[in-house]
Design a protein around this ligand. Structure first.
Ligand SMILES: Cc1cc2nc3c(=O)[nH]c(=O)nc-3n(C[C@H](O)[C@H](O)[C@H](O)COP(=O)(O)OP(=O)(O)OC[C@H]3O[C@@H](n4cnc5c(N)ncnc54)[C@H](O)[C@@H]3O)c2cc1C
Length: 328
């Protein structure tokens, strides 16, 4: 008796008649279910792709992000590098022609892990990397529609404790970055004929962005003062600046080894023509100042809450008016 019930139990548990009949009974439905799941998965992936492509704009836009990937990066020194970003979708608008050399503009880069953005200033330059330590920079021929496939080149400083510059430096080539813009920081008025440009550190990019754009019909005259701790931090931007200095419209004066302009006040005064028109606004002259806070303060007075703030410093001393000066 005991043996029989054991045999019955054993037989039931090993034959599993329930599952066998279940599969037999619902074979069709199971097959349909598997096929349905496969179709849903394929459609799901397709939908995700659709959503991604429609929630990120294809053309650069101020309100929404456009997807790029890091196509090349060249490290200059531990705190400076070039980064080239290539759009994932073809850009129909030639942004350089659209903005011309009348505007200084930047793009926002998103750091998605901590959801912050920082502005960076694209340069109209083509980067060619020959090998690990050798690269070339060449200006885009914007007038003749050279867009380099919409690739954008940035010159970036990474601070030891900085978030975005450091994050981008550690990303692999091929990684995705999202860009938004353009945001115009300054636009020249047609009347402006003579520009005094004062830049320090990465502020160099504002001057280079307009001076390397060859779309302007009637070029302006530029007196450009740049100060860097060490000109080597500019990498191959430095020889490019020396070449720009050889053109008729640009006169460049470089101060190295110091961000402090205190040591060079006399020379800066000489480079900053005194306004002899009794402090009245002369629409042909414009001074742009771009660099660290202390640099801006010494030249033109401090910015206040990201606004222009009162005019002070060397430019005020030389009789320039508030309307002739813009702090970037
Ligand atoms: C219009 C515009 C264009 C620009 N273009 C360029 C460009 O082309 N290239 C470029 O390199 N930069 C450019 N910048 C600067 C850039 O946007 C960033 O500010 C810069 O890269 C630093 O950002 P980060 O996230 O790397 O560092 P952050 O995290 O902002 O830190 C920067 C530095 O400040 C220090 N810091 C951070 N928080 C504090 C705090 N609370 N108190 C004291 N110190 C602090 C950090 O330690 C670090 O040293 C531009 C800025 C503007 C507004």
């Amino acid at each position: 008796m005991l043996l029989r019930s054991f045999t019955r139990l054993y037989t039931r548990s090993t034959k599993s008649p329930v599952s066998k009949s279940f599969f037999q009974r619902y074979r069709k439905q199971i097959k349909l279910g598997i096929a349905g799941t496969a179709v849903a998965t394929v459609l799901g992936f397709g939908y995700c792709e659709y959503v991604i492509h429609t929630t990120w704009t294809v053309e650069l836009d101020e309100d929404q992000f456009t997807r790029y990937k890091i196509s090349q990066r060249v490290d200059i020194d531990p705190h400076h590098y070039f980064l080239e970003a290539k759009p994932l979708s073809e850009q129909k608008i030639n942004i350089w022609k659209k903005l011309t050399s009348n505007k200084i503009w930047s793009l926002e880069v998103k750091q998605p892990e901590i959801m912050i953005v920082r502005n960076y200033t694209p340069l109209p330059l083509k980067l060619t990397v020959n090998n690990k330590d050798d690269y070339q920079l060449e200006p885009l021929d914007i007038k003749n529609n050279d867009t380099n496939g919409g690739k954008l080149l940035f010159y970036i400083k990474n601070y030891d404790n900085g978030e975005v510059g450091r994050w981008m430096r550690n990303l692999d080539v091929g990684s995705r970055i999202d860009l938004r813009g353009p945001f115009v920081e300054y636009e020249f008025k047609d009347d402006t004929k003579n520009v005094n440009m004062y830049t320090a550190g990465t502020g160099v990019v504002s001057a280079l962005q307009i001076l390397l754009n060859n779309t302007l019909e009637n070029p302006r005259t530029f007196t450009w003062v740049h100060t860097s701790h060490d000109m080597n931090e500019l990498g191959k931007l430095y020889p490019m600046m020396i070449n720009l200095n050889k053109t008729n419209d640009i006169s460049l004066r470089l101060f190295s080894d110091t961000y402090s302009i205190r040591d060079n006040i006399e020379e800066l005064m000489k480079l900053t023509p005194a306004n002899t028109q009794n402090l009245s606004f002369n629409k042909e002259f414009m001074a742009l100042v771009c660099g660290p806070d202390g640099f801006i303060k010494s030249l033109a007075g401090a910015k206040v809450d990201l606004r222009q703030g009162p005019l002070d410093g060397i430019l005020k001393h030389q009789g320039w008016t508030k309307d002739n000066v813009f702090k970037l």
